[in-house]
Design a protein around this ligand. Structure first.
Ligand SMILES: [Zn+2]
Length: 204
C-alpha cells in the first residue's frame, strides 16, 4: 500500500512537472482602429503581421511544452499594442517591448507595433515591396514577443547576458537580425528546456 501510495505520489508530481504551459498572444483591438501608426496599416495587413508573428513564436518554442493561443486569460501573455512609452522618463521615450513577471505567478508583456513598423521600414531593402515590409514587421513583432515570453517564463534568468546578435535573448531590437534571416536561442535555451520540459513518453 505504501509503495502504491509512493508511486501514485510520484505520478502526480511527474504529471504536474510536465503540464502544458498555456500562453496568450494577441493584437489589441485598439490597434485596428489606430490612425497613429508610423505607417498606416489596413486591417488585413495587421492580420498578416500577426500571422507572421505567430509563426515566429511557434518556431521559437517548437518542441517545448507550451501551447499558444489568442486567449487573454493565460498567466503568461504578450499583446501587441499601438505604442509603448517608458514611464521612467519624463520625456516621451518610445520603447519596442516590455514585460513584467512574478516568479511562479506568470507575467505579461507588450510589443509596440508602431516601433516595429518604423524600425522594419529602415531595414527592408528599398523597393522590396509591401509584402516584404509586412513580413519584416511581423518577424520583428514575433521575435520581440519571443524575447518577452522568455522574460516572463524565466524571470530570474540573466537573458540579457547574451552577446549573440542573432539570438532571441540579445537585448536590443534595433538590429537587422530582428527583422530578417534566421534567429536562434542562446543561453535561455537550457532554462526553457527545463521549464517547459515535454512529458516523458510512457514507459512500455
Ligand atoms: Zn529583455
Amino acid at each position: 500500500v505504501l509503495l502504491a501510495a509512493v508511486v501514485a505520489l510520484w505520478l502526480t508530481v511527474k504529471k504536474s512537472t510536465c503540464a502544458t504551459v498555456h500562453a496568450g498572444f494577441w493584437v489589441d483591438d485598439a490597434v485596428y482602429d489606430s490612425q497613429r501608426l508610423g505607417i498606416s496599416l489596413t486591417r488585413e495587413e495587421i492580420d498578416r503581421v500577426a500571422a507572421v508573428a505567430r509563426g515566429e513564436i511557434a518556431l521559437a518554442f517548437r518542441g517545448l511544452n507550451i501551447a499558444f493561443s489568442d486567449s487573454r486569460n493565460p498567466s503568461y501573455r504578450v499583446r501587441v499594442v499601438e505604442e509603448l512609452r517608458d514611464l521612467r522618463f519624463k520625456w516621451q521615450m518610445s520603447v519596442p517591448a516590455q514585460s513584467r513577471a512574478v516568479s511562479g505567478m506568470g507575467g505579461q508583456g507588450a510589443v509596440s507595433l508602431s516601433w516595429m513598423a518604423s524600425a522594419a521600414a529602415g531595414f527592408v531593402p528599398q523597393g522590396a515591396g509591401r509584402t516584404a515590409l509586412l513580413d519584416a514587421i511581423g518577424t520583428g513583432v514575433g521575435r520581440a514577443a519571443v524575447h518577452e515570453f522568455a522574460h516572463i517564463l524565466l524571470p530570474r534568468a540573466p537573458i540579457h547576458d547574451s552577446i549573440d546578435r542573432g539570438s532571441y535573448e540579445y537585448d536590443t531590437a534595433s538590429r537587422r537580425e530582428q527583422f530578417a534571416g534566421d534567429m536562434h536561442w542562446d543561453l535561455a535555451w537550457r532554462f526553457l528546456q527545463k521549464r517547459l520540459a515535454p512529458c516523458a513518453p510512457p514507459v512500455p
